[in-house]
Write a new protein. Structure first.
Length: 139
């Protein structure tokens, strides 16, 4: 089993506050000869659409001195998981969970905004102190 991220429980609480039901902790993703683990699986009933929305969440803390290196690692992991999820559970969307500090100090850079949009990376921003989701970015 993977080691829990620094903000694992914070993100879990934030998702529940936002109306999500945690279904998997971690979410096991099996494809052919490989098993990987996203940090969380969750679902939410959308009453207006009378349907369920399922997500997988990978929490990214960006604790090393180089946010670019952290982004490179996160993107590799994101696309690995996205590929396998698309084959196993095409109805499930994948999101990176990013702390608000990193979003404000790194993800607001024009170059990073272009990169994230071009790569169609979906993520949400959370406030660790308030244990709340601040913003969803769906690409």
């Amino acid at each position: 089993m993977p080691r829990l991220d620094l903000y694992h429980n914070v993100v879990r609480v934030a998702l529940v506050k936002d109306g999500w039901i945690i279904t998997d902790d971690p979410l096991t993703i099996e494809f052919e000869d490989l098993t990987v683990y996203a940090d969380l699986g969750a679902e939410k009933v959308i009453a207006a659409q009378k349907s369920e929305k399922k997500i997988a969440v990978e929490i990214k803390v960006f604790r090393t001195p180089s946010p670019v290196t952290e982004l490179e690692r996160a993107v590799g992991q994101y696309y690995l998981y996205l590929t396998f999820i698309a084959k196993q559970e095409p109805e499930r969307s994948l999101f990176l969970a990013i702390p608000e500090r990193i979003y404000n100090n790194f993800f607001q850079r024009p170059s990073i905004q272009v990169f994230v949009k071009e790569c169609q990376i979906s993520f949400f921003v959370f406030n660790p102190e308030q244990e709340e989701i601040v913003k969803w970015i769906v690409n």
